[in-house]
Design a protein around this ligand. Structure first.
Ligand code: S3P
Length: 430
C-alpha cells in the first residue's frame, strides 16, 4: 500500500474462522537486540512481519551484527557486547521501542551514535530515557523538549537504583539493557507492573536477574549467548480480531499459538468480564514466554471501566476497546491513560474524532474518555493519522456499522501487521 491509501471496510454479519498471527512485536524487538550483543547465533522463527521490527533489524545490522532473513525466519550472528560504530544515523522509523530500548545498548558502547525517526517518532518524548541513562554516565543530546534525533555517547556506565516516575516497559528495558554494560548492580523499580519480556529474554540469553515485587535487579558485565526461539503470535494484533468476534453474538474465532504472557493477556480477562466467552488450551512455554490457543465466542457485551494498573497493562489495546465501546450495553470508560496522548498519534484525540465521524457520542478527557453504550454507528471517512492501531481499530468498528467506512492512511497497519486487512476480510461473514 502507498502513502495515504484508503481501505474500504464493509459491514459484516458476523465473524468466523481460525487464524495464526506473525510473531509478537515486543518479543521480536528484544530478541533481535539481545541477539546482536550475544556470543554466537540466534535463530528466530515467526519473527514479527511489522515494519517496526524491520527497523530494529536494520539498526542492529548497521551496528555490525550479521542478519539473515528468509521470510519470517531470522538468524542473527551476535557480535558480543562490543558493537561497531555505525557509519550513518540509525533509522528507527516509526518505532519508539527501537529508539528507547536500543539507546540502552548504545549507552554501553564507547562510540557516539545518532538515532533518528519518522515525523511521528520525532515528536515523541525521550526525556524518560535520557535522564536515567545520564545518571548512569552516558551523554545524550536531544532536540527541544527531549525529542529525537538523539545523539548517544556511551561507555563507562555505572549502575543506578532507579524509581521509575511512569509506567513504561520501554524505559525499564532500556535501563536493564544499559545495566548489562554497567559496573555494579542495576535496580529498576516500577510504579506498576509492565510487560516483562525483557526480564524473560535476559534470562533466556543467560543473564539472570532477580525480581521482588516491583523491583528488578541485575548485575552488570554478564555475557549473553544466542538462543533458538519460535516467537508466539502477537497478542496486541490479536486484540483486533478478539474484539471483532466479541461484538457479534454467536461469532466463533480461534487464534492458535498466541502469546499468553500474563503481563500482556489482561485483555482476555477484560473481555470475559464484558461477557465474551473465552477459553485457552494448549498452553506451552519457551524461554519463559507462554503461548496457547484462544477460542472466542461473541456475546451481548456489557460495559467496563478501566483504570490504574489495568490501563497500563492494556495500553496498546485501548484503541480497539474504544472502537467497540459504542456497541456495548453500558459503554466503556478509560481513566489514567494520559500516555495515549504521546503514542504514535494522540490516540485519545484520534479515537474521539473518528468515533464522532461515525456518529458516536464521546466524552473526551485529558487522561481518557467515556463512551456511552447502545449506540449505532454509521460508516464514515476516518483517518488513521498515520497510526497503525488507529487504522486497525476503526476497521473493527466498521464491521459493526451501517454502511461502508473509508479508512485513510490504512497503510499504517504495516507498522505492526502488514497482513491485517486481508486477515480481517478473511474472517468477516457477509
Ligand atoms: C512496549 C511498551 C509500551 C507499548 C509499546 C510497546 C514494549 O510502551 O505501548 O507499544 O514493547 O515495551 P511504553 O513503554 O511507552 O509504555
Amino acid at each position: 500500500m502507498n502513502k495515504d491509501s484508503i481501505v474500504v471496510v464493509r459491514p459484516a454479519r458476523s465473524v468466523a474462522g481460525s487464524l495464526r498471527l506473525p510473531g509478537d512485536k515486543s518479543v521480536s524487538h528484544r530478541y533481535a537486540m539481545l541477539a546482536a550483543i550475544a556470543e554466537g547465533d540466534t535463530q528466530l522463527e515467526n519473527f514479527s512481519t511489522g515494519a517496526d521490527c524491520a527497523s530494529t533489524l536494520g539498526c542492529v545490522r548497521a551496528l555490525g551484527a550479521e542478519v539473515l532473513r528468509t521470510g519470517n525466519s531470522v538468524v542473527i550472528h551476535g557480535r558480543g557486547p562490543k558493537l561497531q560504530a555505525p557509519k550513518s544515523p540509525l533509522d528507527c522509523g516509526n518505532s519508539g521501542s527501537t529508539m528507547r530500548m536500543l539507546s540502552g545498548i548504545l549507552a554501553g558502547q564507547d562510540f557516539e551514535s545518532e538515532l533518528t525517526g519518522d515525523e511521528s517518532l520525532s515528536r515523541r518524548p525521550m526525556a524518560r530515557i535520557i535522564a536515567p541513562l545520564e545518571m548512569m554516565g552516558a551523554k545524550i543530546t536531544a532536540q527541544k523538549g527531549g525529542r529525537p534525533p538523539l545523539r548517544v555517547q556511551g561507555g563507562n556506565l555505572k549502575a543506578i537504583r532507579y524509581n521509575m516516575p511512569l509506567a513504561s516497559a520501554q524505559v525499564k528495558s532500556c535501563l536493564l539493557f544499559a545495566g548489562l554494560f554497567a559496573s555494579g548492580e542495576t535496580s529498576v523499580i516500577e510504579p506498576v507492573r509492565t510487560r516483562d519480556h525483557s526480564e524473560l529474554a535476559l534470562r533466556a540469553f543467560g543473564a539472570p536477574l532477580t525480581q521482588a515485587g516491583l523491583e528488578t535487579r541485575m548485575a552488570g558485565g554478564q555475557k549473553l549467548r544466542g538462543i533458538e526461539a519460535a516467537i508466539p503470535g502477537d497478542i496486541s494484533s490479536a486484540a483486533f480480531f478478539l474484539c471483532a468476534a466479541g461484538v457479534f453474538p454467536g461469532a466463533q474465532l480461534v487464534i492458535e499459538d498466541l502469546l499468553m504472557n500474563p503481563t500482556r493477556a489482561r485483555l482476555l480477562d477484560i473481555l470475559i468480564l464484558m461477557g465474551v466467552g473465552i477459553s485457552v488450551t494448549q498452553l506451552e512455554e519457551q524461554h519463559g514466554e507462554l503461548r496457547g490457543t484462544v477460542k472466542v465466542e461473541g456475546r451481548a457485551l456489557k460495559g467496563i471501566t478501566i483504570a490504574g494498573a489495568d490501563t497500563a497493562a492494556l495500553i496498546d489495546e485501548i484503541p480497539v476497546l474504544a472502537a467497540i465501546a459504542p456497541y456495548t450495553e453500558d459503554g466503556i470508560e478509560i481513566r489514567d491513560a494520559r500516555e495515549l496522548r504521546v503514542k504514535e498519534s494522540d490516540r485519545i484525540a484520534a479515537i474521539a474524532t473518528n468515533l464522532r465521524a461515525m456518529g458516536a457520542q464521546v466524552e473526551e478527557r485529558e487522561d481518557g474518555f467515556k463512551i456511552p453504550g447502545k449506540q449505532k454507528l454509521r460508516g464514515a471517512d476516518v483517518d488513521s493519522l498515520g497510526d497503525h492501531r488507529i487504522a486497525m481499530a476503526f476497521a473493527v468498528a466498521a464491521l459493526h456499522a451501517e454502511g461502508e467506512t473509508q479508512i485513510r492512511g490504512a497503510e499504517a497497519a504495516v507498522i505492526s501487521y502488514p497482513g491485517f486487512f486481508d486477515a480481517l476480510e478473511g474472517i468477516a461473514q457477509r
